[in-house]
Structures are given as C-alpha cells and as structure tokens.
Design a protein around this ligand. Structure first.
Ligand SMILES: Cc1cc2nc3c(=O)[nH]c(=O)nc-3n(C[C@H](O)[C@H](O)[C@H](O)COP(=O)(O)O)c2cc1C
Length: 188
C-alpha cells in the first residue's frame, strides 16, 4: 500500500458522537456535541475525553466535576448538529424542544431520547496549552430497556442507528453520508 504523509489529522477514522449534558451556575441545562471520547481501564471501565478551547460545557464540567454523555442517533442528529454548531455562550441556544431528564445516580441532565446515557464523574483534569483532557468514572449507565431484547446485536444497532463522524461529515452506522457538519440542523 503506497502512503502519503500528512500533518496531524484523523480523516477516515470514524468517531462515535455524544451530546454532553451539564448544568450551568444557575442550574440550567446545556448540551454540546463531542467526538473526542473513548474508554479506559482502571479496574473497571472508565472514559477519557478532551475539550478544546473555552466552552460553557468545559466551564460547567470544571465547576461541577460531573456530566452526562448521551449517544447520538440518527433521530437526534439534527438537534445534535445544532448543539455542536451553536455556542452555549448564545443565551438562546437551549430555547429548543428537547426531552431532558435527570441522571439516576448523578445530578446531571440526560437526553431521554438517547438510548445510552453515561453518568460521568471526572477524577482527573489534565490541562494542556489549549485543551483539557478528562479522565472519568462511569457512575451509572442508563440504557434503553429494549436493548435487552432477543434481537441480534446487529439488529439492535440498526434499530438505534448511532451516528459516526469523520471528514467533517456525519455517517450512518451502515456508512451512508448523512450530511456535512452544519447541514442536518437545517431541518429543524
Ligand atoms: C461533529 C462535532 C464534533 C465535535 N466534537 C468536539 C470535541 O470532541 N471536543 C471539543 O472541544 N469540541 C467539539 N465540538 C465543538 C462543540 O460541540 C461546540 O464548541 C459546542 O458549541 C459546545 O457546546 P457549548 O458551547 O454549549 O459548550 C464538536 C462539534 C461538532 C459539530
């Protein structure tokens, strides 16, 4: 396989998308869209993630040390795209129709229409020049009870339809192009 060398980038490496739910200092929920998210092992499964720059989501997590990560599905994609392309510094960002609940263990806002919600507590903040890396304990996982059915894993994944992203585009679980960043929100 012939190769070309590139500057640091991650095209063609699809990432799973999550909406992070936090409360601001007045107890109002905020959601942002994130893909720099993966898993770690330390006696039990945990999460590592990175937030770049200065964002309300980061400020809220630094203050409260807890947040939710809600799996993004095709049904949620328009609102997820909006949450990723609209800064929480815009006071109107959260004036949208969203079914928001609460975590079962942690005081975090969760999206009731997402089939998997992680309730996360940050144990370590690693501050770099322009990004903050966070290591988290999974204090609880809320999972749609229908995922305990007798269907195959393939059938369940097809049904919940998680969205992936790479090359500044969204892709379905089966690889269909669902539009570039900023497109799905236009259907709202
Ligand atoms: C597809 C997509 C993925 C994103 N992933 C990340 C990420 O992993 N880390 C990050 O710092 N920002 C990421 N962003 C940007 C944030 O979603 C964006 O800054 C958003 O405004 C954050 O919400 P907030 O302003 O309410 O905190 C992503 C945006 C998009 C469209």
């Amino acid at each position: 396989m012939a190769k070309i060398s590139l500057k640091p980038y991650n095209d063609y490496c699809p990432q799973t998308l999550f909406l992070y739910g936090t409360y601001d200092e007045n107890g109002n929920p905020d959601f942002g869209l994130f893909c720099w998210f993966s898993y770690i092992w330390d006696g039990e499964m945990g999460v590592m993630c990175c937030i770049g720059g200065d964002k309300p989501t980061k400020q809220n997590i630094k203050r409260n040390k807890i947040f939710s990560a809600n799996l993004v599905t095709e049904e949620l994609l328009p609102i997820a795209d909006y949450m990723g392309c609209t800064s929480g510094k815009n006071p109107d960002k959260m004036k949208v129709d969203l079914d928001i609940g609460k975590g079962a263990v942690l005081d975090v806002p969760v999206l009731n229409n997402s089939p998997v919600n992680f309730e996360l507590e940050v144990t370590d903040f690693i501050e770099k020049h322009d990004g903050t890396i966070m290591l988290c304990k999974m204090r609880n996982v809320l999972q749609d009870e229908s995922l305990s059915s007798d269907e195959t894993e393939e059938q369940k994944l097809k049904r919940i339809a998680p969205v992936k992203t790479t090359c500044k585009h969204y892709f379905s679980f089966e690889g269909k192009d669902l539009g570039s960043w900023g497109e799905p929100m236009k259907s709202l």
